[in-house]
Write a protein that binds this ligand. Structure first.
Ligand SMILES: NC(=O)c1ccc[n+]([C@@H]2O[C@H](COP(=O)([O-])OP(=O)(O)OC[C@H]3O[C@@H](n4cnc5c(N)ncnc54)[C@H](O)[C@@H]3O)[C@@H](O)[C@H]2O)c1
Ligand SMILES: O=c1ccn([C@@H]2O[C@H](COP(=O)(O)OP(=O)(O)O[C@H]3O[C@H](CO)[C@@H](O)[C@H](O)[C@H]3O)[C@@H](O)[C@H]2O)c(=O)[nH]1
Length: 445
């Protein structure tokens, strides 16, 4: 309830794809009145029908429940939220700028363009998008200059750490809440908004704006570093006959290290880690902090080498010849549990192999539509078995449970050449070998 009016808080969520759809549904679940603002007509229609614009387990029922109850609705018309909300959350995209490593802040700026002229009364605007440190102060200057309410518009930054495929749970039960605020009133308002997870034990870090911005970039840079670290150890394992999965298990039992983000594989992808790492390096450069760039440049390079390494291994397993070879790629999403193909290692590897001249056929349980859109020249098959017909090599690049459940003996009957490259290191090697496959997994003996 809003203290002033004893009505439920009114929350506007601007930009409602991965981050914003979860945020809007989560805010409705917390008991608030929510309007989501989305400029993409297709997503807007889906959302108003109570459907997520993306594959995210558990999100559809949550959206449907609150759209049907009238607590949650979506619009493209900013006039519906002008002076309406107690809190405005900015959840638009901050992709990598074309031709640069910097973050593209055009969507954030477009929100200010459209929202600022509509704010005539004091209010709180909270950024949740991932931005380079220093952005929130620039956003604040623009609101103060362009909103009729002037300095009555207060800015806070509250980075979000949700993982795709766990978006609903991470939104409702966050590991931690980071409130980058400039006043006790803003902190109190955010504590009111997040009263439910706080009451359930989510810790809160209250800090200034640059700290909040840095926490998010720092968290993703650290996760990327951990993944590249274990991938570098996978190369050591290959060179020495060790098993990188057992190595990760043993390292992970040390509480100071932890097992998270220690799965070796084709490297990290997605709409966050790759571009956030690069934006972090770019901003470090602008701030003159060269050691951050030196450290993280190698993290990015190791990540790229994983993809190249899988292509090289495929070439080797095909006998050094691409021409006339059929390669099956199992997986298109950047990880299991999502239909997101942004910077997906699976599609990148598929595209590189196709460029070398092999015939590549891709199958993914959820990401086929998105994959076809971004890589229309690849072949696609409706099942894993169909994708494997006449294959000279099968590549396991996204760790969907359905691939682990494949029967290697059945699949053996579909292929030309029983070679499987388990880039995700989670197929049952013994079962595949027993069925007559040549099984290779980078980092495992
Ligand atoms: N994807 C994640 O899991 C995740 C998690 C935490 C943080 N983030 C960060 O959150 C932000 C959003 O990520 P995303 O993956 O949801 O991005 P996205 O690009 O998938 O979605 C952004 C949405 O905003 C809409 N939009 C753009 N400009 C708009 C405007 N002016 N008004 C209204 N809507 C507008 C777009 O149409 C799109 O639907 C990014 O900064 C990202 O780094 C993402
Ligand atoms: O041990 C691991 C863990 C992940 N990955 C890969 O790393 C990438 C990112 O995975 P994950 O972190 O699970 O996915 P995202 O949904 O992109 O989430 C990250 O990016 C979000 C957007 O910033 C943050 O909110 C999250 O906290 C952060 O985990 C994917 O390609 C994974 O396959 C590995 O290779 N090994």
């Amino acid at each position: 309830m809003s203290e002033a009016t004893s009505r439920p808080l009114r929350i506007a969520v601007i930009g409602t794809n991965y981050l914003g759809a979860n945020t809007a549904a989560g805010m409705a679940e917390f008991g608030f009145d929510v309007i989501g603002v989305e400029i993409d007509e297709h997503r807007l229609k889906l959302l108003n029908d109570g459907k997520a614009p993306l594959y995210e387990p558990g999100l559809d029922p949550l959206l449907k429940k609150h759209v049907d109850s009238g607590r949650l609705r979506f619009t493209k018309d900013y006039r519906e939220i002008g002076d309406w909300a107690d809190v405005y959350f900015i959840c638009v995209g901050t992709p990598q700028l074309e031709g640069s490593e910097a973050a593209d802040l055009a969507q954030v700026n477009s929100v200010v363009d459209m929202l600022a002229p509509l704010l005539t009364k004091p209010t709180l605007v909270v950024g949740r998008s991932t931005v380079p440190v220093g952005t929130s102060k620039k956003v604040e200057s623009r609101f103060h200059a362009e909103a009729p309410a002037g300095t009555g518009v207060e800015i806070a930054w509250q980075p979000e750490f949700l993982r795709e495929a766990h978006g609903v749970d991470d939104t409702l039960h966050p590991d931690r809440l980071v409130f980058g605020v400039q006043s006790g009133a803003a902190e109190a308002r955010l504590r009111e908004v997040f009263a439910t997870p706080i009451s359930e034990g989510s810790p809160v870090v209250v800090c200034n704006l640059p700290t909040a911005e840095l926490v998010k970039g720092g968290a993703n840079a650290f996760l990327a570093t951990k993944i590249s670290f274990i991938n570098a150890l996978a190369e050591m394992a290959d060179a020495s006959g060790a098993d990188v999965t057992q190595l990760a298990d043993a390292l992970g039992y040390d509480k100071r290290i932890g097992r998270g983000a220690l799965n070796a594989g084709p490297g990290y992808g997605g709409g966050c880690l790759p571009k956030d790492l690069r934006a972090f390096m770019h901003r470090a450069g602008e701030l003159g902090v060269e050691e951050v760039i030196t450290l993280l440049r190698e993290v990015d390079d190791i990540n790229q080498r994983r993809r190249a390494g899988i292509v090289d291994l495929t070439h080797e397993m095909l006998g050094g010849d691409w021409v006339g070879k059929n390669v099956t790629v199992l997986g298109a999403a950047f990880k299991a549990g999502t239909d997101d193909v942004r910077d997906s290692p699976a599609l990148d590897v598929a595209g590189r192999i196709q460029l070398h001249g092999a015939n590549v056929t891709v199958y993914d349980p959820e990401a086929m539509e998105n994959a076809r859109r971004v890589r229309p020249t690849l072949r696609y098959a409706p099942t894993a078995l169909e994708a494997s017909r006449d294959a000279h090599a099968v590549l396991h690049l996204t760790e969907w449970p359905e691939f682990r459940e494949l029967d290697p003996a059945t699949l053996r009957g579909f292929v030309n050449n029983p070679v499987v490259i388990d880039a995700r290191l989670n197929l049952n090697a013994d079962a595949w070998r027993a069925a007559g496959w040549i099984y290779r997994a980078p980092g495992k003996p």
